[in-house]
Design a protein around this ligand. Structure first.
Ligand SMILES: Nc1ncnc2c1ncn2[C@@H]1O[C@H](COP(=O)(O)OP(=O)(O)OP(=O)(O)O)[C@@H](O)[C@H]1O
Ligand SMILES: [Mg+2]
Length: 318
């Protein structure tokens, strides 16, 4: 509803993972390069992790577009609440391999033959699994078996596992160590810095057709960064609602007051459970440091117990 008012062709801050809007920070470029290197080099399993809303799915869509342009066959699994049978069904259907049989050995035989055919034509086949932190251990094990399909020199099926940091924790479990050992490339998505947030907002506005590059005041961008802490999804929510409120006020520039209003509405100005835990962690660290310095002071007092000759100075380890 505000598009015409602000001279936009489309809404700039939708929260769907549209790769057209991909903003390339150095971190994102590095993650993209690692993904492309791992896939092209037929390295087996590639791991992409990152906090909620930092752009993993957007990056995967970008990689999928790139793979399709390069005539690679792709299977994309995003519903990770699936059984091993469903995993094979999705994989075969997405890769376009006809198979009526439900026998696992028959499915694997067909898959292997099909992959060898593609390999001899110099084509890639890639399985991409999003939200992999929710996969069951059995499905993860089947994915590991799939990477056993290989020639004497190369993996036939490349696998990208993407998920929130819980995925890394999951893969640290001893019974999944065989899978962990097969991960040859790791990459991450990270929150944006303040400067990147500025660039991110400007770039989304530009792609959406804005002619006014300073639709958000610098103070507004700082407020966005403070509340979103560099998370693109939260940044989008703040920007979208601030534009609506700005339009309602019939103003042409989004100010920090608009952002503060939206942040309050979405309760972003209150500490989350995670933030308060972090604050507690921090205060407990501060407490320990205080205790340590009290101990240190006591140790340095001549009346306290002697350490060696009493002349040694205490250098805390960094
Ligand atoms: N580098 C980026 N460039 C442009 N938009 C981005 C970028 N990173 C994230 N976004 C935007 O932020 C929103 C959330 O991104 P996305 O869904 O990819 O995050 P995610 O890491 O997959 O989150 P989750 O862990 O919840 O699955 C989307 O609207 C997406 O377009
Ligand atoms: Mg996602």
């Amino acid at each position: 509803m505000y598009k015409k008012f602000f001279g936009l062709k489309e809404s700039p801050f939708k929260v769907n993972p549209d790769p057209r809007y991909l903003f390339l920070t150095p971190g994102i470029q590095e993650a993209l390069a690692s993904l492309a290197y791992g896939i092209r080099g037929r390295r087996g399993i590639i791991l992409l992790t990152g906090e909620v809303g930092t752009g993993k799915t957007t990056l995967l869509h970008m990689i999928l577009d790139w793979l399709r342009q390069n005539r690679a066959a792709t299977a994309f699994i995003f519903n990770t609440n699936l059984t091993t049978t469903e995993l094979f069904e999705c994989l075969m259907a997405d890769l376009g391999i006809p198979c009526e049989s439900h026998s696992k050995s028959e499915i694997l035989m067909r898959l292997n033959r099909w992959l060898l055919d593609r390999y001899s034509n110099g084509q890639m086949a890639v399985l991409i699994v999003d939200e992999a932190q929710s996969l069951s251990d059995q499905v993860l094990e089947e994915i590991r078996f799939l990477t056993n399909l290989e020639t004497s020199t190369d993996k036939l099926l490349q696998v990208v596992l993407s998920g929130q940091p819980e995925l890394e924790e999951k893969l640290r479990q001893p019974h999944l160590r065989q899978l962990r050992q097969r991960i040859t490339v790791r990459c991450r998505t990270n929150p944006l810095t303040l400067e990147e947030t500025q660039g991110y907002i400007a770039e989304r506005l530009r792609i959406a057709g804005a002619s006014n590059g300073s639709l958000f005041s610098p103070e507004a961008v700082e407020s966005i960064y403070r509340h979103a802490r560099g998370i693109p999804r939260v940044t989008n929510v703040l920007c979208e609602h601030a534009l609506i409120n700005c339009f309602a006020d019939q103003q042409k520039t989004v100010t920090s007051a608009h952002i503060e209003g939206v942040a309050h509405e979405f309760e972003l100005d209150r500490p989350t459970a995670q933030q308060s835990t972090r604050a507690e962690d921090l205060s407990s660290v501060e407490r320990v440091l205080r205790d340590l310095s009290t101990v240190l002071e006591r140790m340095r007092q001549p009346t306290s117990f002697a350490v060696g000759s009493g002349k040694e100075s205490y250098e805390p380890h960094s």
